[in-house]
Ligand binder design. Structure first.
Ligand code: F0G
Length: 440
């Protein structure tokens, strides 16, 4: 059983509504006003924050799945499960935080740390959210789960659904998904439905189907997904000895992660786990930047981008579902939103590689954005900055090889001239010729 006495419920985030629902209800949005829902708690912690901090890290040494999961070892801060035998876990989280000196120099910072969510079981931060999302599916007695995805969500959901013995249906934009990801979904046994449209079209369809059929929707509109993604921040704070950095920087697409980070920070501050609020910086790709444009123009309504364009497919999203939650995350952390070009993303990705770390294109928007924010003076050179890398380098080899062979194109007109190209060499099977190539 859970070691906390806290109560959980669902709350509509619309200020004029505020409807409440029990967490046993299968809802994605408010039945009264269609607003986004979030999981709220009346926290009643049996231990003080200082005691819990010790407890969280001690649990990691215990050899039971649930204890060394980098999500469930923090369960007092996401206490919506009363029967822990329902938990579906693949030992997600517990991802490293690396010092990245070359990336720091590239961005103009004295120091930079990168937390690598790409080192999760299926290769992205989605595993943090899928362990909680699939656990809630099990609690609700769902038999089938579904999501729209550009790759990572589908691979993650397919794996966790397989673990839980649930049927999985993934809706992906046809011909726009990296092979590494498609192969995972197929291998984990999900039904893959390729939609003739983009991510936003797939998202719209799956939302309708989840209302009309028995499919349980596991995109980040599902508030239980975000509870697991909060653990990224909790763990990050633990890795910083609970001394918050000045900045936490992440890429933004559907804005679920931004929302989860904001919620985690607010709860940690309110409960007394941290005494300072770090600032969030959300980075979007120039061709898919509706959230950036909204905040830049000081508008209160998000204007969707009808045809988002970027090679960073994970953030190729024109109509982010969680924008209203994400605004609260930016406001409550005095955060900022920046946009970066395709060239900047591609070069930043290669620089992250030179630190021996590596990531997928969307994650590299993080470093490109930090560089931009240092250049504009928003982030100071001496600031303590943690960038979040959201996905694994192996997701999209086509992109990486294209960059290093000079063959990366946004479209027929726009070729990306990489500044850190590392072309493979060709040689005859001849030792002398190869020695000359070694240059040592
Ligand atoms: N980075 C990676 C590696 C992602 O896979 C995603 C989203 C994001 C960033 C953006 O996160 O939506 O929370 O703002 N990928 C989704 C998917 C769209 O289908 O895998 P967000």
């Amino acid at each position: 059983m859970n070691s906390s006495r806290s109560d959980a419920y669902l709350l509509c985030i619309e200020p004029n509504c505020g409807a409440r629902y029990g967490i046993e209800q299968r809802l994605y949005t408010c039945s009264q006003c269609d607003g986004l829902l979030e999981v709220k708690y009346v926290f009643d912690l049996e231990r003080t924050p200082d005691r819990l901090k010790v407890f969280f890290s001690e649990r990691r040494k215990i050899n039971a799945d649930i204890e060394h999961s980098g999500v469930w070892r923090f369960r007092e801060l996401l206490p919506f499960v009363s029967d822990l035998s329902k938990v579906t876990t693949l030992s997600e989280g517990n991802t490293p935080i690396y010092r990245a000196p070359r990336s720091a120099e590239y961005a103009g910072l004295n120091e930079l740390q990168l937390k690598h969510q790409g080192l999760n079981p299926t290769g992205s931060f989605k595993d943090n959210g899928m362990t909680t999302g699939v656990t809630q599916a099990v609690i609700l007695g769902a038999s089938a789960v579904a999501c729209a995805s550009t790759g990572n969500t589908s691979a993650s959901m397919a794996a966790y659904a397989a673990r839980a013995g649930l049927r999985a249906f993934v809706f992906i934009p046809a011909d726009q998904i990296a092979y590494g990801k498609l192969s995972q979904s197929l291998e984990y046994g999900a039904r893959v439905i390729q939609i003739d449209g983009n991510f936003d079209d797939a998202m719209r369809l799956v939302r309708q189907l989840a209302v009309e059929t028995d499919l349980y929707l596991l995109n980040s509109i599902n508030p239980f997904r975000l509870e697991g993604q909060k653990a990224i921040i909790i763990e990050l704070m633990e890795q910083c000895e609970w001394n918050p950095p000045d900045w936490i920087v992440l890429p933004g697409g559907n804005l679920g992660n931004t929302s989860a980070f904001g919620k985690a920070l607010l709860e940690l501050k309110e409960l007394g786990f941290i005494d300072k609020m770090p600032r969030l910086a959300v980075i979007q790709a120039e061709g898919a930047a509706p959230f950036y444009e909204m905040l830049r123009s000081k508008s209160s309504i998000l204007k969707p981008v009808a045809e988002p364009v970027t090679l960073a497919t994970a953030i190729k999203i024109g109509e982010p579902v969680s924008w209203k939650k994400a605004i609260r995350a930016i406001e409550s952390t005095n955060g900022v939103v920046e946009k970066v070009t395709e060239q900047e993303i591609a070069d930043a990705k290669a620089v992250i590689g030179t630190d021996g770390i590596g990531c997928e294109p969307a994650s590299a928007a993080t470093l490109a954005g930090i560089k931009q924010l240092v250049r504009s003076g928003t982030i100071e050179n001496s600031s303590k900055v943690v960038g979040v890398l959201t996905g694994n380098l192996l997701k999209d080899p086509t992109y990486t090889i294209g960059y290093h062979t000079g063959d990366l194109k946004l479209d027929i007109r726009e070729k990306i001239e990489g500044s850190f190209v590392n072309k493979p060499l060709k040689a005859a099977a001849n030792k002398e010729q190869i020695r000359r190539m070694l240059e040592i």
